[in-house]
Design a protein around this ligand. Sequence first.
Ligand SMILES: Nc1ncnc2c1ncn2[C@@H]1O[C@H](COP(=O)(O)OP(=O)(O)OP(=O)(O)O)[C@@H](O)[C@H]1O
Ligand SMILES: [Mg+2]
Length: 265
Amino acid sequence: MAGKELLKIEHLKKQYDENVVLKDISITVKQGEVVVIVGPSGCGKSTFLRCLNGLETIQGGTITYEGESVEVKSKNITKIRQKIGMVFQSYELFPHKTILENVMLSPILVQKREKNEVRKEALELLERVGLADKKDSYPRQLSGGQKQRVAIVRALCMHPEVMLFDEVTAALDPEMVREVLDVLLSLAKQGRTMLIVTHEMSFAKAIADRIVFLDKGLIVEEASPAEFFENPKTERAKQFLSTFTFDKVEKSRSVDDVKAVEAYV
Ligand SMILES: Nc1ncnc2c1ncn2[C@@H]1O[C@H](COP(=O)(O)OP(=O)(O)OP(=O)(O)O)[C@@H](O)[C@H]1O
Ligand SMILES: [Mg+2]
């Protein structure tokens, strides 16, 4: 299914002062691929995604999108950034704008697109995630899961070619997790190219074409979900996965959360 190479990362190195967060990362993402990045807290997952969107200066290696450099100082960075949409854990909608206005803002202001055309598309996208009836509401009137779906629609309305998702369900109540993950699953079914950082292992297994396990600034394993979850090759991956076994999950998480995760098994 995967097509041409879109993102190519070679020997990426990223550090904050003395702290080398990404040591030497090389990976290629093809059109239509869904790559899920997992790894322990602090291993550099968010930093990695931010580098891919040209939000961070890098200290070594290269990142290219269809052959063009994706770096803060790159000449075409504004244009390239629009091809790479990003959705974060905190959705940060504008509180004084309606849902529809939030979605329409960037396509009109940044991309200078025609207002009626943008409105039509925004309404269609809201409809697709089940939020057409919220178009005139304000963010404070929506649940966390609804707001996160709006944030996804807002990113989609910019027509990105690749989408980066950084723990988009981490701030949500357990009962809201599924509705957001379902939107991501439907995007995957449409053949969208996506890089997803998540701690929802069952979801990762369900959606990924490829799992990338990051630890201490390096890719420790890169494998199909079946391989990674059923037959991890390294001790570090085994150890990481063991923290998600049911016993431990039950102790550290609410029962609802466990149910939401289990629904993907
Ligand atoms: N803006 C920053 N300035 C300095 N250090 C940073 C900055 N952002 C991240 N770091 C450091 O980089 C390392 C990786 O952080 P990052 O947020 O990428 O981890 P993560 O894998 O996303 O973790 P989590 O699963 O908890 O979200 C951490 O040691 C963190 O303290
Ligand atoms: Mg993070």
